[in-house]
Design a protein around this ligand. Structure first.
Ligand SMILES: Cc1cc2nc3c(=O)[nH]c(=O)nc-3n(C[C@H](O)[C@H](O)[C@H](O)COP(=O)(O)OP(=O)(O)OC[C@H]3O[C@@H](n4cnc5c(N)ncnc54)[C@H](O)[C@@H]3O)c2cc1C
Length: 393
């Protein structure tokens, strides 16, 4: 039976990150992915590598600081994949957050980002409003500009896996994890590849199966603790008209929630929603009312979009956030990553629940830290904040 230091289930951004971090630390590692890289949540995000300006309102300062640090690292190591973009927040007479409140928030954002050049912000002068993609200027009091970064989440995931494979990590895909048995100092893992059933051993199994993580955890014997999480669906739509100047960060006219209107491969991507989800993760799909909600945003802010209906939508996709179970609205819940192990000392299983695209590298570093006592000493090949990520072919 083949033996690895680490076996990872799930080829989303977290699985990719742990594979890379394990290989960079000199460990043997195998990633098992059922469908394709980034076929789950990691191709259905808002594609932002950002500090998360709105998390300041829920006082998640540590998360914002870490995310801004990760944004800066991406802008250095993933130049072919991550781009700093202007973000515009239009403030109308009836907008909830006033310009001074936004500027206080952006000052804190800049402080947490170390006041580097990417944290500059200010108002867009009135004479430049005509360059804002036809944004409705009726009742417009101010437009605040700051900067955050955009990526292609699926390409980023593939780039991280590519980096890991170049350091001798292995990939089984398509391959379906079907179960695992814990032993004293590791775990026996079973997966299927087509008609073939494969068994291999690992010191640690990392469950990076995103919204499927509770299913993967439930297939481990003897049973391990599974954190209590909720799934919350988020939908995006693509409209066949391009916004070019940057990313618009607006309040939904329906309920005041923050929604992004973003340039996306010559078209416009709008998202997202927050709809509690109780079904099978495989079955998630955009709901008609979510599409109407997002269309209402486009119509409200861009007069040129007023004639658009659901028939104009060229692409639609829904992903699932994994959030700590609570009665609170999804919008206000912690976005910190939850790490769950089968035991405190020398864990044999570590599950990653929730988290952010932006934080994949920091999350992977934390995983390696938490499982290091279970692993043999490896000869470190590289630090992941120095590994350049190339745009995959
Ligand atoms: C609507 C939405 C918008 C978001 N926007 C942003 C954003 O703009 N910026 C940001 O930083 N974060 C954002 N996020 C968060 C971010 O997208 C997620 O945290 C991240 O993509 C989760 O990645 P993951 O690797 O944990 O899970 P996933 O990407 O879902 O990967 C899990 C993988 O496991 C595989 N799998 C499942 N079961 C098995 C099995 N039995 N065997 C083998 N493989 C299996 C699946 O096929 C899948 O590929 C957003 C999330 C959502 C839902």
């Amino acid at each position: 039976m083949k033996q690895y230091d680490v076996i990872i289930v799930g080829g989303g951004i977290h699985g990719a990150g742990v594979l890379q971090a394990a290989a960079a630390a000199g460990h043997s590692a195998l990633l098992i992915e059922r469908q394709g890289l980034a076929s789950g949540t990691s191709s259905r995000s808002s594609k932002l590598i950002h500090g998360g300006l709105r998390y300041l309102e829920s006082a998640q300062f540590a998360l914002v600081r870490e995310s801004l640090r990760e944004r800066a690292i991406h802008l250095r190591i993933a130049r072919e994949l991550v781009e700093l973009k202007p973000f515009f927040i239009p403030v109308y007479r009836d907008t909830r957050r006033r310009p001074w409140q936004l500027k206080v928030g952006l000052w804190v954002y800049a402080l947490l980002g170390g006041f580097d050049s990417s944290t500059r912000f200010g108002s867009v002068p009135k004479r430049e409003w005509s360059g804002l993609d036809g944004l409705d200027v009726n009742g417009l009091d101010a437009v605040i500009r700051y900067h955050d970064a955009q990526t292609d989440d699926a390409l980023l995931t593939r780039a991280v896996v590519q980096s890991a494979l170049s350091m001798d990590a292995e990939l089984a895909m398509p391959a379906n994890f079907s179960g695992a048995t814990l032993c004293d100092d590791g775990v026996i893992v079973t997966y299927t590849q087509g008609p073939v059933t494969v068994q291999c051993a690992a010191r640690v199994l990392v469950n990076a199966a995103g919204p499927w993580a509770p299913h993967v955890a439930a297939a481990i014997q003897p049973a391990i603790p599974i954190p209590d999480v909720d799934l919350v669906q988020g939908t995006h739509i693509v409209l066949p008209f391009a916004v070019n100047a940057g990313i618009y960060y607006v309040e939904s006219p329906t309920d005041g929630r923050a929604v992004f209107v973003m340039p996306w491969y010559g078209a416009t991507l709008i998202g997202t929603t927050e709809t509690p989800y109780r079904g099978e993760p495989d079955k998630v799909q955009p709901l008609p009312e979510e599409e109407e909600y997002l269309l209402a945003v486009a119509r409200h802010y861009f007069p040129a979009f007023r004639h658009l209906t659901r028939e104009h939508i060229t692409q639609r996709f829904a992903g699932l956030r994994v959030l700590p179970a609570a009665n609170q609205a999804a919008f206000d819940r912690s976005r910190e990553t939850i790490f769950s192990t089968d035991r405190e000392l020398k864990p044999r299983v570590l599950g990653i629940y929730g988290g952010k695209l932006t934080g994949w590298r920091a999350a992977a570093a934390q995983v390696l830290d938490r499982i290091s006592k279970s692993l043999p000493a490896g000869t470190r090949r590289a630090a992941t904040d120095q590994l350049i990520l190339r745009r995959p072919e």
